[in-house]
Structure formats: C-alpha cells, structure tokens
Design a protein around this ligand. Structure first.
Ligand code: APR
Length: 264
C-alpha cells in the first residue's frame, strides 16, 4: 500500500486520496505513465551557471585559474607534493559555498520540472542545483561538501562544516582528501552521463566553455535531430554542434527566457 497522489484523467487535476485510501497498481501505473510521458530535458552545466551567485568561473578574466596554478592545487601530483596547500584551496572554496545562494538560473531549471523530466549533469562541485530544488543532479567532477579516503576512492563522507584539516582520517586511517576529480583522474560518471545525454529529447548547455574533456564530449551523444540550446554570454566554440541555438545571455536571464519558451 502506498500513500501517494495520482492524476484523475477526466478532470486532469491532482486527486488527493482520503487518508488511508488504497492506491491500486492501476493508479500507480497512471502516475508512471504521466511521468514517463514528460519529455526529457538533459542540461549540462558549468561554472557559468553559478557565476551570478558570486562563485568565480575558471577561465574567464579574473577566473580561479588566473589566481591559482592548476598544477599546484588540482592534480594528484599536487596532493603528493603539498597537501596543506590543496586542503586550504578547497577549504576556501567550501567556506564561500556556505555564504552564497542559488540564483535565478538554478530556480528556473526547477520550474521546468513542472512540464519536463529534467536531468542535470553538472561539472560544478557546488550544491546550488540541489539547494534550488532540482530532483536529478549528476556531478561529474565531484562535490565540494564531500571528502573521501586517499587510499580507497569508494569511501566517501559528508564533511560537517567547511574545514577539512590535515590529520582528518578515513576509517582506514588515511588522510581525507576533497571528493573532487582532479586533472588526470578518471571521470567515473561519464558512461552514465553519456547514456543520459543520449536519452534527451532536448539538450541544454549552460555556462561552460566546453574546454574540458570528457565532459565537453557529451553533446556528441545527443541523438540527431534533438534540439540543442547553449546559454552563455561569452564566445563558446560550438561550431561542431549541429543546429545549436545559441542564447548569448547570462545564465539567469537566458535560462529564464528558454524556460518560458519551453513551457509555452
Ligand atoms: N552566465 C552564463 N555563463 C557564464 C556567465 C554567466 N553569468 N559568466 C561566465 N559564463 C561562461 C563563460 O563565458 C564560459 O564559457 O561560463 C563559462 C565558464 O567556463 P570555465 O571557466 O571554463 O568553466 P567550466 O567550463 O565549467 O570548466 C570545466 O574545468 O577547471 C575545470 O573541473 C573544472 O568543472 C571545471 C571544468
């Protein structure tokens, strides 16, 4: 017995069963069909979607990689060479994450779920999509609020607060490290992300320079003929994306505009 709501086909309005009403398999099937019949939108996001929340992108002028050397803070070699520097780099980013909020682009994608089956594949390690309320978020490059064992990558933990300290260890006694995919490390989520991209009825790209692979290759898994939209105020090399519609705006206004269009 499942206590849930279902759709009354005739009236096309939500049906609230009286407390203790038995929901039959038939109702559940109706519900499943209703969900399955929603078109699937897959959204690939990058740092640009969080820029209006105050989080720096990586490669724009004034971006993070102008301030920090990738080789010093975002590679396994950097971790071997100077753990404290790497720990501190991610601590500062994590501290900032507790000070910022989702922006209009994040919320617009949540609204889209009213009419579409929306799945987000993000390169971002922030949790702003989840905090805005998105139901399906896949992180390709890890998550800032998680840490993991430095000897067994399957031992992943939620970090309380923003500060990871040297000497904080996993259950095997190894130093905990940020749960981030560093340059040169495998992106384990790519096969699942490729399948998801291939299942899209509409594919949307927001705020990524498409410079980093394999994430940038996901658009090549989109089925021919599927509409592809790209939202970015800057120049993004999208010439290889057949029939892409470029919305040359910031994520907030551009996503809002696209959502209004798609919800018409
Ligand atoms: N709205 C939308 N897009 C924006 C905005 C904005 N307000 N501001 C900047 N952008 C765009 C830029 O024009 C650029 O195309 O966001 C993109 C940011 O690109 P990058 O800084 O390269 O970030 P991203 O593509 O997410 O980087 C990919 O690289 O550094 C690694 O692992 C890190 O996940 C990251 C990956």
């Amino acid at each position: 017995m499942i206590a849930t709501g279902s759709v009354c086909a005739a009236a096309n309005r939500p049906f609230r069963p009286a407390r203790g009403t038995i929901i039959t398999q038939y109702d559940t099937n109706i519900l499943k069909i209703a969900i399955m019949s929603k078109k699937r939108i897959v959204v690939l996001t990058g740092a640009g979607v969080s820029a209006e929340s105050g989080i720096k992108t990586f490669r724009d002028s004034g971006g993070l990689w102008e301030e920090y050397d990738i080789m010093e803070v975002a590679t396994p070699e950097a971790w071997e060479r100077n753990r404290d520097l790497v720990i501190d780099f991610y601590n500062q980013r994590r501290k900032q994450l507790y000070e910022v909020e989702p922006n209009d682009a994040h919320y617009a994608l949540v609204e889209l779920e009213k009419d579409y089956d929306v799945h987000i594949i993000t390169q971002n390690v922030d949790d702003l999509h989840e905090r805005a309320g998105s139901s399906h978020v896949m992180h390709l490059h890890g998550e800032l609020k998680k840490v993991r064992s430095s000897v067994d990558e399957n031992l992943v933990y939620d970090l309380e607060g923003w500060e990871l300290k040297p000497g904080d260890t996993c259950e095997l006694g190894s130093q905990l490290r940020p749960h981030i995919v560093w340059f040169g490390e495998p992106v384990h989520m790519i096969p699942a992300a490729a399948d998801l991209s291939n299942s899209a009825d509409i594919f949307v790209i927001i705020g990524t320079s498409l410079n980093v692979y394999p994430a940038a290759s996901l658009v090549s898994y989109v089925r021919p003929g599927v509409p592809v939209y790209l939202i970015d105020p800057g120049e993004v090399n999208a010439a290889h994306i057949q029939g892409v519609r470029v919305i040359r705006e910031k994520a907030g206004s551009g996503t809002r505009r696209l959502v209004e269009e798609l919800r018409k």
